[in-house]
Design a protein around this ligand. Structure first.
Ligand SMILES: NC(=O)c1ccc[n+]([C@@H]2O[C@H](COP(=O)([O-])OP(=O)(O)OC[C@H]3O[C@@H](n4cnc5c(N)ncnc54)[C@H](OP(=O)(O)O)[C@@H]3O)[C@@H](O)[C@H]2O)c1
Length: 276
């Protein structure tokens, strides 16, 4: 499989938009990308922007593609799978980006023998900076895995997990993670205002600091721990702040929050997998 593979998206919303933009920027050709949705106005917009073929019938698109990306809301995924089930005799690779829905459930809805890659992207994928966990069922071959990687790397970086249960951990870390950083930005802005800064300036300083720190962490060979030690001078201001965080068990707070997200991801997986 390579960049000439026919890739069909079911659901023309935000994530499909981000993925199609990324694929086109990365050398995939518009003639090999197809899109279906029930919203004809949205489809026409996408066709005008990308020059791709569009469908209002999911089954027609399915029959013509070697890869089907399920880019609809998790709650309607079972209906979509049951709708296309009779049209996957050519064994297309199924890539689900729907949060929480397990590949066993998708496989059952598709008739039981589908090669399925399940992914857990996060919101920054919409800006090409996503972090995505990815796992394949036993029916997926090596070339299909490589292709799925290419598709997901078009909107950021993807990481294989050893088993599907680990996608709940990915959900707790990177899936929900952007909101943790938003909370940090919000809290730092409010604390800056309490210290006398103007609200707008406090927000801008917080955002720019988060961006700069993240860039330093991603572009540096040193670990986050080493970078933190480097910027923490003895008896300085940063040390005073870090000690205050540690006195209040900052690491435990983060760990409990992520455990709560992990437990909820499991529960949601069972809820979404129920057939009725
Ligand atoms: N957005 C993110 O940052 C993000 C991050 C991680 C995972 N995800 C996952 O990605 C998936 C897509 O998210 P999204 O944000 O792109 O959602 P979205 O913007 O709501 O897009 C879904 C699209 O599917 C359409 N649709 C509904 N019923 C359909 C049907 N029967 N056949 C074909 N299309 C149909 C929707 O139309 P209507 O709006 O008219 O119903 C909508 O255009 C979700 O499962 C979500 O869990 C998203």
């Amino acid at each position: 499989m390579q960049k000439t593979t026919t890739i069909g998206f079911i659901g023309a919303g935000n994530m499909a938009y981000a993925l199609i933009s990324g694929l086109l920027k990365n050398g995939f050709l518009a003639k090999n990308i197809k899109l279906s949705d029930k919203d004809e106005v949205l489809l026409s917009q996408r066709q005008a922007e990308f020059g791709i073929e569009i469908f209002t019938d999911n089954t027609q698109l399915t029959a013509q593609c070697e890869v089907i990306v399920l880019a609809v809301k998790p709650q309607i995924l079972s209906n979509i799978c049951k709708e296309i089930q009779a049209h996957i005799r050519h064994k297309p690779l199924i890539v689900s980006i729907a949060a929480g829905v397990k590949s066993n459930d998708i496989n059952r809805w598709l008739g039981g023998t589908a090669p399925i890659i399940r992914t857990m992207p996060n919101t920054p994928a919409l800006l090409g900076n996503g972090a995505t966990g990815i796992v394949a069922n036993k029916m997926v071959n090596k070339q299909q895995k490589e292709l799925a990687e290419q598709i997901l790397n078009a909107v950021g970086q993807c990481f294989w997990v050893v088993n599907e249960d680990m996608l709940d951990a990915v959900t707790a870390l990177s899936g929900s993670g952007p909101a943790y950083f938003f909370l940090m930005i919000e809290s730092m802005s409010n604390a800056g205002v309490a210290l006398g800064l103007d609200k707008e300036m406090a927000e801008k300083l917080s955002i720019q600091t988060a961006l700069g720190a993240s860039m330093m962490a991603s572009q540096n060979q040193e670990s986050a721990h080493e970078l933190r030690n480097k910027v923490t001078s003895k008896n300085g201001t940063t040390q005073a702040a870090i000690e205050s965080f540690q006195d209040q068990n900052f690491e435990t707070i983060v760990s409990h929050a992520m455990r709560a997200a992990f437990d909820r991801a499991r529960e949601i997986g069972f809820e979404l997998g129920a057939d009725e």
